[in-house]
Ligand binder design. Structure first.
Ligand SMILES: Cc1cc2nc3c(=O)[nH]c(=O)nc-3n(C[C@H](O)[C@H](O)[C@H](O)COP(=O)(O)OP(=O)(O)OC[C@H]3O[C@@H](n4cnc5c(N)ncnc54)[C@H](O)[C@@H]3O)c2cc1C
Length: 496
């Protein structure tokens, strides 16, 4: 009788789902037992170990994945420490003959994973990686000059001309049982990973989010079948309504993959009679395309999480912020600009901020306060449940005007106008800045312009119950433009 096939270690990372999971499909196809593993490896993330909100998400997502695995006769083995060391220990403990995982694209992680693959292959192990996270992996896409794209529209046009990849399944129908090893290796308890915050600032997260594969599918269904996708192009800019999918944290952790989203959009007509070719569906898919583009840029321009893509911006004359007073006011939603403050408070309370308001708050930090975009990126990294190195870097460099396809630096979002335009009835500001709730719409986005009698009626005492603006818009705008001109002059002088 031949010996049973040695087990496969299935190394879960940002692919915390069972459907459309090519590493899992390959492990099942290989045969033998499958040992699902997650390793918390902070050092392996380089400068970007998980932020607080991501840790909260991960804790719950791991619980959900473990429950899903247990319902299939399996379980999730948890470990903490250096990935290579822990994998090697688990290979030894289980007698595994293969280690399979799905790829990630962050520079430090790529380097780590490449070293692990090379070492294991050298040692005779079957070490393989797969694509679960993207429609189009960055190394497969290039422009006509064989270089990476730096502008979204031609990038996405190029991608859409390629065959749209379909979800990868392990076999026909859902696999209801995963072959288990004769003996399970020791696992840490989820709580021992210490992912939940010591101070419970995450109190409201659970009311908004349901981490895990089931939560992701529920969001997708709600967004597509509920019909929001139909009006997405019109509604996606209005922060007071649920006009977007809320899928970003699920996508980041791989609880759902873009192949599944693309397939669900394509099937819209059949499922609900909605038009998959509608403007809403097309724009929604193109937003998923922005996520792809973000990964493309991070892959090809590894320095961008820390430094601007456009090197000239490295010398941008940022403003002084003695004692970090302005940064703190921004972080806490106390800038005196209601739409900015509403966004920053939504972020703190729920771990998420509407995209339009992300653009407004980011622009305010970088242009009105003239503080380095890296400070803002670091705060978002810590507080967003969807914190993602590729998308966060792209969003911040775009807002700062120093990245690919960026809004020009001199285009400065005016917070009052933005508020009036995208939150005209003030529902968003009233929800997140309740101390202004009684102000009439006309003054809600600029309370300092309200007559004293109205402020009194609305029980607003500027400087006491709500701050006065920490900078004057017109002055801040002029200063930002002057700083930009000085930099541009510098560039012109140097290039001359
Ligand atoms: C300063 C700044 C920082 C950002 N940081 C992040 C981040 O850390 N993580 C993150 O996922 N997104 C980030 N974004 C992009 C965007 O704001 C969020 O993806 C979006 O708000 C998530 O909400 P949703 O899932 O409802 O999106 P939807 O509007 O439903 O879009 C569907 C999906 O497309 C992707 N997507 C949408 N817009 C973008 C975009 N502009 N760039 C990249 N992907 C996009 C997301 O995966 C999203 O879930 C940032 C944007 C800005 C301006």
């Amino acid at each position: 009788m031949s010996a049973p096939l040695a087990p496969t270690l299935l190394w879960f990372r940002q692919d915390l789902r069972l459907a459309d999971n090519p590493a899992l499909a390959a492990a099942l196809q290989r045969g033998g037992a499958v040992v699902p593993v997650f390793i918390l490896d902070d050092a392996g993330e380089g400068d970007w170990s998980l932020g607080g909100a991501s840790r909260w998400w991960l804790h719950h997502s791991l619980s959900a994945l473990d429950a899903d695995l247990r319902s299939r006769g399996s379980q999730l083995v948890l470990a903490r420490g250096d990935s290579a060391t822990e994998l090697r220990r688990l290979v030894k403990a289980t007698g595994a003959g293969a280690v399979y995982w799905n790829r990630r694209y962050e520079p430090a992680v790529r380097a780590r994973d490449a070293a692990i693959k090379a070492a294991f292959t050298n040692e005779g192990l079957d070490a393989k990686s797969f694509n679960s996270a993207l429609l189009f992996e960055p190394h497969t896409i290039q422009n006509k000059q064989s270089r990476p794209f730096q502008v979204f529209t031609p990038y996405w046009r190029h991608c859409l001309a390629l065959p749209m990849p379909e979800p990868v399944e392990a076999g026909k129908g859902a696999v209801t049982h995963f072959p288990a090893p004769a003996k399970w290796p020791a696992s840490l308890e989820n709580a021992a990973l210490g992912l939940l915050p010591a101070i419970p600032w995450d109190a409201a997260f659970g009311k908004v989010w349901m981490p895990g594969e089931a939560g992701a599918q529920q969001r997708l269904k709600q967004f597509l079948r509920g019909g929001a996708v139909h009006d997405y192009d019109a509604q996606r800019n209005l922060p007071a309504i649920e006009g977007t999918s809320g899928l970003a944290p699920h996508l980041h952790w791989g609880e759902i993959g873009p192949r599944q989203i693309a397939a669900a959009v394509k099937a819209l007509g059949k499922a609900s009679g909605l038009d998959p070719a509608s403007n809403g569906a097309r724009v929604f898919l193109s937003e998923v395309g922005w996520r792809e583009f973000a990964h493309h840029l991070l892959f090809h321009f590894e320095h961008t999480p820390a430094k601007p893509l456009r090197a000239d911006f490295e010398r941008f004359p940022w403003a002084e912020d003695a004692g970090g007073v302005k940064l703190r006011a921004w972080q806490r939603g106390l800038t005196g600009y209601p739409i900015v403050d509403a966004g920053m408070r939504q972020l703190w309370a729920t771990g998420w901020m509407h995209n339009r308001v992300r653009m407004i708050t980011a622009s305010f930090l970088v242009k009105h306060l003239r503080l380095p975009w890296q400070h803002g990126a670091a705060w978002f990294w810590d507080t967003l449940v969807d914190a993602d190195l590729a998308s966060n870097t792209l969003g911040w460099q775009w807002s700062a005007g120093c990245g690919a396809d960026a809004a020009p630096y001199f285009r400065i979002f005016a917070p009052v106008t933005q508020g009036e335009r995208f939150d005209g009835e003030g529902r968003y500001v009233r929800q997140w800045v309740p101390e202004l709730a009684k102000l009439p719409d006309k003054y809600l986005h600029a309370p300092w312009t309200a007559p004293e009698s109205l402020l009194e009626f609305a029980r607003v005492k500027l400087g006491e119950t709500y701050p006065r603006p920490i900078v004057d818009h017109a002055e801040a705008r002029a200063d930002a433009l002057a700083a930009f001109k000085a930099l541009r002059g510098d560039i012109i002088e140097r290039d001359a």
